[in-house]
Design a protein around this ligand. Structure first.
Ligand code: F6P
Length: 357
């Protein structure tokens, strides 16, 4: 049959996250074992695709990887802007697509990856995107795989920090990843029962944060848990131009936003403040059961598209249904937390402070 002769290329690009191997397995294992297709794995994202660094994935490569963190293919960040302005790089990828006899290329990645995927589509390649990132900021899908694993990890951090917060009566700041969006901080903050959650979508006032701490103390709560997204900004900062903001942050004598908030708390109150930055732990280790299932569904769905010769699409999940949307509708759009998101409303109803007036 026609589909048996298909050759699929696959790569993982951008920051790694839990679930990448489960998604690779979802596409490649049935492609190889059920349909007798050839699957070529490119190393280290688009870089390996440009350089032609590839191996044919066999059944044994695809065995035992469902629960593995990271990516068996390796990954790299190849900024979209660099690729877009460098015709040579695009040409190399188009040539390797032909050289390896690909019928399609499956790319697993976030925003930058999908922008490049769309560029390759415009250059005539058959491409399918699968949405991964702990940030959950990819347009066109309710959830990306990797996100729920990161939420679980971050929630565990918050849970553990509660004990020291309570024993010492401290203001504990947990700074979470998420890039320019607050999905991870919002979900983990609500799951961990944070008293204050600061996210980029809701620019905060430090005075409101201080008010909340004082209010808790006045009610006999001697400790507080503050979850801050790495991209959080104050009301003043959000009004700055990009240049002004960069200069302003460069002058900041703190390595990141969490440390600035801690210093401000200690300056304006008598409370002791401490900062925890879980960093890359949020992207590491075995995927949660949810992400294993989601990544598997996405992988299988991509293979179904390949069997139907449907390309130029990004796979995602909306209202619990897996589906695909045209890449040009996804690429280049950031999915931010809506100000009226149910979890913000829930937090407000429960007394969570978002640093707002
Ligand atoms: O996109 C995932 C992410 O972990 C972001 O949350 C974070 O801002 C960024 O990647 C860190 O990037 P890098 O891996 O280049 O340090």
């Amino acid at each position: 049959m026609d589909y048996q002769r298909k050759t699929i290329g696959i790569l993982t690009s951008g920051g790694d996250c839990p679930g990448l191997n489960a998604a690779i397995r979802g596409v490649a294992k049935p492609a190889v074992e059920l349909y007798g297709m050839k699957v070529i794995g490119f190393s280290n994202g688009y870089k390996g695709f440009m350089d032609g660094e590839a191996i044919e994935l066999t059944s044994s490569d695809l065995s035992g990887i469902l629960t593995l963190g990271g990516t068996i293919l390796g990954t790299s960040r190849e900024p979209f802007k660099e690729i877009q302005k460098n015709k040579d790089k695009i040409e190399k990828m188009v040539n390797n697509y032909k050289k390896f006899g690909l019928d399609c290329l499956v790319v697993l990645g976030g925003n930058g990856t999908h922008k490049t995927a769309n560029l390759l589509r415009e250059n005539g390649l058959n491409v399918i995107g699968l949405p991964k990132t702990i940030d959950n900021d990819l347009f066109g899908t309710d959830f990306t795989f990797g996100f729920h694993s990161a939420v679980d990890i971050a929630t565990d951090v918050i849970d553990r920090i509660h004990s020291t917060a309570q024993s010492h009566g401290r203001a504990m700041i947990i700074e979470l990843m998420g890039h320019k969006t607050g999905w991870l901080s919002l979900y983990a903050g609500i799951a961990g029962g944070a008293d204050i959650i600061l996210i980029p979508e809701l620019p905060y006032s430090i005075d409101r944060v201080i008010d909340k701490l004082n209010e808790r103390h006045a009610h006999g709560k001697k400790f507080s848990i503050i979850v801050v997204a790495e991209g959080a900004m104050t009301k003043e900062e959000v009004k700055m131009s990009k240049k002004e903001f960069t200069e302003h942050r460069m002058k900041m004598p703190y390595s990141s936003i969490g440390f600035r908030i801690a210093a401000e708390i200690e300056d304006k109150t008598s409370f002791e403040a401490r900062v925890t930055v879980p960093g890359y732990q949020q992207r590491g280790g075995t995927p949660s059961a949810y992400d294993r299932v989601l990544a598997t569904k996405f992988g299988i769905y991509a293979l179904e598209l390949i069997l139907k010769n449907e390309y130029g699409l990004g796979v995602g999940i909306s209202n619990n249904e897996v589906s695909a949307k045209p890449l040009e509708k996804i690429a280049g759009k950031l999915k931010t937390v809506p100000k009226d998101h149910m979890l913000i409303k829930s937090g407000l109803a429960l007394g969570t402070c978002f640093g707002q007036d």
